[in-house]
Design a protein around this ligand. Structure first.
Ligand code: FAD
Length: 419
């Protein structure tokens, strides 16, 4: 419950305690915690509760006060992320021998859910960075692990995941960026689209074609910023996720040492998909944090806003709405945590469960945040209020790391082909 109280303070006393919303926000701060039924610490071990509290504290103190400004001014908060890395959040599921925290996928989900209450966009970038660090840790040899992972885990260097291209999004295996072997280098030509962190990050985990058509012709290379022939497109203007830049990443005769290849030639697509299984749990966890915060904001608004002579909390319609939001939040959390455990244990159903979690949770949590905005009425549409930022920031979770239509394809394939 301590963690919950921290969250309650952080969400309301963050950068949104300004202007005309100030009194409303302060009126709702008076020691109100969260109901036990939606407490995210239920069922966790003491150790998990401890680092969950650390993450909630960090979200409340280091992120929530800035989330509006980071969004408005499109600031990539490097120093705040380095502080998060000091708490072990730069390589949460990376092995400790190269600077990681060595925690499980469930632990990771708990941390990302808590952090995202303070800023979804920043947490989502941290989650992509973690995914890249894990890919290098897992599929790299010792030299590669030792070269890249310590700086990534400390967030002295930042990473980007480069799969999508202008002509290949959902059909990722049709990617065209070519890597031609010349002596001890690959020469890369092509471009990647929508790359999170692109231009501001130091290490690019790039899926490229070294062989024939299809997934088996794809390899995975680590490309370092500063490599001649590597350049970036303009910074994209986005609906949300504004605390992290998104740019095209362009390769023009970009020579990358063969020793930077992760795994064998032809293994790149499999490495990319394995990264994304965890990525999908992470991004779903970021949606959970936004939904959790939004349920609290909606409840508190209902308790103070009066219409027709009484508070909104007296409307049974809105009570039912809030009850449904809370129920969907808890159901979503259970699914994410089940998928995280399946992935950790390498169970056969893990890929489908990760897809189910991503599909169900990002859809339901978007709906929860959107309903919370609706409960705020016109105020919810104002940038003085945090709820609109949660809505804008998690909308993209239904699109990236495999669209929710692609998640349906993966789940259906498993249902129809596995006996
Ligand atoms: C802010 C942001 C950040 C991103 N960050 C990264 C990143 O860091 N790295 C990276 O590699 N990529 C990144 N992406 C790219 C993202 O993964 C892609 O946008 C996504 O995979 C969808 O690809 P697309 O945009 O080309 O859509 P398309 O593949 O063109 O799909 C368009 C629509 O059609 C649907 N669709 C396509 N095919 C089918 C089908 N057969 N049946 C039913 N529906 C179908 C899709 O689900 C979607 O709704 C990011 C995107 C955004 C917006």
């Amino acid at each position: 419950m301590a963690a919950a109280r921290v969250l309650a303070r952080g969400v309301r006393l963050g950068s949104y305690s300004i202007g005309r919303s100030r009194s409303l926000i302060f009126n709702t701060v008076q020691g109100r915690g969260i109901a036990a039924c939606i407490d995210p610490s239920i069922g966790l071990t003491d150790e998990q509760k401890d680092f969950q509290k650390v993450a909630f504290d960090f979200a409340a103190n280091e992120m929530a006060p800035h989330m509006a400004e980071w969004d408005l001014k499109e600031i990539f908060p490097v120093e705040a992320m380095r502080k998060a890395a000091q708490l072990g959040f730069g390589g949460i599921y990376v092995n400790p021998d190269v600077g990681g925290s060595g925690l499980s996928r469930l632990d990771t989900s708990i941390i990302f859910e808590a952090l995202s209450t303070g800023c979804v966009s920043t947490t989502a970038y941290i989650s992509i960075h973690n995914m890249c660090a894990w890919m290098i840790d897992t599929f790299g040899n010792n030299e590669q692990r030792e070269k890249f992972c310590p700086d990534l885990c400390a967030m002295q260097k930042f990473a980007s995941y480069c799969l999508t291209e202008p002509g290949s999004g959902s059909d990722a295996a049709s990617l065209l960026t070519s890597a031609t072997l010349q002596g001890d280098h690959y020469i890369l030509n092509g471009s990647k689209a929508f790359i999170s962190g692109g231009g501001d990050t130091d290490v690019y985990v790039v899926m490229c074609r070294t062989g024939g058509k299809g997934p088996k012709g794809i390899s995975c290379l680590v490309v370092e910023k500063g490599t001649p022939g590597l350049s970036f497109g303009k910074k994209e203007k986005k609906v949300g996720w504004n605390s992290q830049p998104t740019r095209a990443v362009i390769f023009e005769d970009c020579a990358v040492p063969v020793i930077n290849r992760l795994g064998a030639e032809g293994e790149g697509f499999s490495i990319a998909m394995k990264g994304l299984n965890g990525g999908r749990i992470n991004i779903a966890s970021c949606s959970l944090g936004a939904a959790h915060a939004s349920v609290l904001l909606a409840r508190d608004h209902m308790c103070v806003r009066k219409q027709f002579g009484e508070t909104l909390s007296n409307s049974q319609f809105l009570q039912f709405k809030l009850a449904e939001m809370a129920t969907k939040l808890v159901a979503s959390r259970l699914l994410v945590r089940q998928a995280a455990v399946a992935l950790q244990e390498g169970r056969p159903e893990a890929v489908s469960l990760c897809s189910m979690a991503k599909l169900f949770v990002t859809d339901e949590c978007f709906s929860i945040c959107n309903q919370a905005l609706q409960i705020h009425g016109g105020y919810g549409y104002l940038k003085d209020y945090a709820v609109q930022q949660y809505v804008r920031d998690i909308r993209v979770h239904q699109i990236l790391e495999g669209t929710n239509e692609v998640m349906r394809m993966i789940i259906a394939r498993s249902l129809l082909t596995e006996s």
